[in-house]
Design a binder for this molecule. Sequence first.
Ligand SMILES: CC(C)(COP(=O)(O)OP(=O)(O)OC[C@H]1O[C@@H](n2cnc3c(N)ncnc32)[C@H](O)[C@@H]1OP(=O)(O)O)[C@@H](O)C(=O)NCCC(=O)NCCS
Length: 170
Amino acid sequence: MIVAETERLTLRHASPDDAIAMRSVFCDPEVMQHGDGLQTDDWIRLWITRMNCNYNERGYGLWIITQSFDTLAIGYCGLTWFPNINGRPEVEVGYRLARAYWGRGYATEAAMSVRNLAFSHHDLDRLIAVIEPDNSRSIRVAEKLGMKYDGEVLLDGYDHSDSVYACQRE
Ligand SMILES: CC(C)(COP(=O)(O)OP(=O)(O)OC[C@H]1O[C@@H](n2cnc3c(N)ncnc32)[C@H](O)[C@@H]1OP(=O)(O)O)[C@@H](O)C(=O)NCCC(=O)NCCS
């Protein structure tokens, strides 16, 4: 199911058929340098199942990005609910692209459409991005979304703090 279309990209629900293409995201050390590390094929299949549960239960999740002229998954962008970020529930905008597609403005283009969906369709008032402090590319994308630095958070299971960027619905 298509969720959003931008000038160059389509965002749609993840399907089991995306598992092989998403290896170029979840199994590339450069793409996974910031985050939970390299993942396996079984983990990718589970991720796709988990995303489909999120779409059903919350109405949102992380969606597959494709170029508009193609059906090949090149990454993801979407929304994740966190029950407790420094004592309050938050919704995060997340983005990750296969290495071959970096540097074209795709992450910003996808994330802007997700931000607009979050504020219009999902009626959210605030969005955050949780970013490792040395992930300059990702911080730049957050800034281009209109997000500002909003403090630090130590997530469960992590041994270092991440930076929180946030923006409000205008
Ligand atoms: C972060 C990521 C999604 C960005 O994707 P992208 O499509 O290349 O991003 P965009 O082209 O929309 O924007 C990147 C911005 O970062 C800038 N940038 C690129 N390399 C940079 C660097 N080393 N330091 C600082 N800024 C940098 C670009 O110039 C651009 O900003 P500009 O438009 O003002 O020039 C992509 O690099 C990625 O998937 N990284 C690995 C996963 C990840 O870290 N995800 C975020 C987890 S919080």
